[in-house]
Ligand binder design. Structure first.
Ligand code: UDP
Ligand code: MG
Length: 317
């Protein structure tokens, strides 16, 4: 018999808990491989510093389910963010495979049987990919497309466009991801970086079952920066090329000014061109220092080797 962990990071998901556990329960009870005793599921909830009763409600619901018990609820000491919560969960997954899914039913449990079947066929990673993003607003859609095409160009990794963290990972894939120990984490990059035989299954992402998203625009922007700076050094290298271009241009402009004054006696109009050169170059230098700062800051965070999260309690269900 194969075992599968259902890893669910939760932050203030008390309202979603009941619908989630009941839907998971129904899905598994109707899955023929479960009924034949070929696969067994164990749930791993990571309570990421919820201020509501997520932990207690989940525990009660899981204990009441015949097919989901035998897992654990890991409670973090505060809110460390979804990336840290996923890592805590992966480190505590002991099964042959692990399926990561959100608590709000936006990652439909009805896909679990298809994911498991693909895994049993031999795929080590099964990605749930959205058909389209028509449910998102225009700005979110455009910025997401822009980010992915930039990320693809800079990192050279085949990151799955329109895929969230909803996926099945084989034991080997879990171990490979656990080998990526960086503090600043961008799991979508890791999922592509580890390689392995991957399969995509497509679905339409429903709206949240209850509550609101924890990912505001500012958080998403910072997450996008983490992705780019963690998986590419191209933003650093650009400055060497830009430096060569700007210096060459300045040299040509300077030389032409000298020629015009010495050979033609034309006065070089000073104020406007000086003002432009100083502000333009000043701006460029500040951007360059900013990019350098992104890498220095990240190296500093890595050098401290602080733990990714702190576990308060582990409850076995
Ligand atoms: N989540 C978490 N820690 C956080 C924020 C979110 O564990 O700091 C969980 C959340 O409870 C949910 C999943 O991550 O299960 C996805 O969050 P959300 O639905 O807010 O993101 P969205 O679907 O809007 O991208
Ligand atoms: Mg959601």
């Amino acid at each position: 018999m194969k075992t599968i962990n259902l890893l669910i990071p939760c932050h203030n998901e008390e309202e979603s808990a009941e619908a989630l556990i009941h839907t998971l329960d129904d899905t598994i009870q109707g899955f023929d491989l479960y009924l034949k005793g070929e696969v067994q599921f164990h749930i791993v909830i990571v309570d990421d510093g919820s201020s509501d009763k997520t932990c207690q409600v989940m525990e009660q619901l899981i204990r009441g389910s015949s097919c989901l018990s035998g897992g654990s609820i890991i409670s973090l000491s505060r809110n460390f963010g979804k990336e840290a919560a996923m890592l805590a969960g992966l480190r505590n997954c002991r099964a042959d495979a692990c399926i990561i899914l959100d608590a709000d039913l936006q990652d439909p449990p009805s896909l679990i049987p298809t994911m498991v079947e693909a895994w049993l066929e031999g795929y080590q990673v099964v990605n749930a990919v959205r058909h389209d993003r028509s449910s998102d607003g225009l700005i979110k859609r455009l910025s997401s497309e822009g980010f992915y095409s930039l990320f693809l160009k800079l990192s050279k990794l085949q990151v799955q466009f329109n895929a969230s963290d909803f996926r099945l990972l084989d034991r080997d894939a879990v171990e490979a991801i656990l080998g990526c120990e960086e503090r600043v984490r961008f799991s979508k990059g890791f999922f592509a970086w580890i390689g392995y035989q991957q399969k995509n299954i497509y679905f339409k992402r429903p709206a949240r079952s209850s509550g609101t998203t924890k990912w505001g625009s500012w958080k998403l922007w910072n997450y996008a920066l983490d992705g780019i700076f963690n998986f590419s050094t191209a933003p650093l290298r650009i400055w060497s090329y830009l430096g060569v271009i700007v210096t060459s241009a300045a040299f040509v402009v300077g030389l032409s000014a000298v020629v015009r004054v010495l050979f033609y006696g034309i006065d070089v109009p000073g104020y406007a061109s000086l003002f432009f050169a100083v502000t333009f170059l000043g701006g460029l230098q500040l951007i360059g220092i900013g990019v350098l700062g992104e890498y220095v800051g990240r190296s500093y965070l890595e050098a401290k080797r602080r733990p990714h999260y702190v576990i308060k309690t582990v409850t076995h269900t």
